[in-house]
Design a protein around this ligand. Sequence first.
Ligand SMILES: [Zn+2]
Length: 299
Amino acid sequence: MTMHRRQTPREFPPARRPLFAPLLLLASVVTLPARAADAPQPGNVAGPWSDYLQAGRFHVFSDSRIDREAPVWTELETLPQRVEETLGLSRQTTTFRVYLLRSRSEFQSAVARRFPDGIDRRALYIAEGDRHEIFVYRHLEFVTDLRHEAVHAILHAALPYLPLWLDEGLAAYFEIPPGQPASAHPYRRRLRWDWLLLRRRPDLRRLEGIDDPMALSAADYRECWGWTFWLLGRTETRKLLQEYLQAIAAGDPPGRFSDRLGAHVADPTAAMMQTVKSPPSPSPRRRLWRIRLPFPSRR
Ligand SMILES: [Zn+2]
């Protein structure tokens, strides 16, 4: 059984509505109302499940009314394709069950029945055989938690194995909703503080040596994101990462990714730090604002 969990507390601002939410709402045909005849059964997870919604490959069971207008469901529907295309993975059809609980106490009750050791977590992904289950509960940041756990599910459905640093790095990378740059992740700012104040230096080989999620510190999670953010932001390193994942998918012994990286990039640590430290590229809205700056009349 593979288990992933979110730590508590976690640093992330409340989820923001994507700018293109109205467009997505028009296309929200993926959110189907529950019908006893076609709704799948919620596995062996006891309810009461009073609402159900399908968002692509995700079957969502909730103990409270689901807001079908919320952009998150369209996001969730498109997330598998986003992840698979970004990483060069073949398209999958595996489905996932999401259990959305109304409160932390309900979450703990549901998780305790399924995985007693998981009740201290803020969200949980459990993979057992062909069954992929995500537990989340409603709070200000639950959409971020849902994205994170959904990415774990998508990855583990496509790959027989994934190094922990990359598993967590990718889950954090896709926490940012579509339409926002990856550089908008709050880990970026925190990483710079880690390096400046705590004198931490990124070390991919050290991260590769950690295979127990409980051994990953909050700063380690940020570093996992930093490596992933840097790797996916450059054509050459993105290709290296895709080839690494293809080797894993094919069942070939992939070795350490750092060995492959070292053969192509002279000083990956310096390059990664430089990218994370550089100012984020301006958003389209900001660029417009800048273009308009010289024109307003001055007093
Ligand atoms: Zn995770």
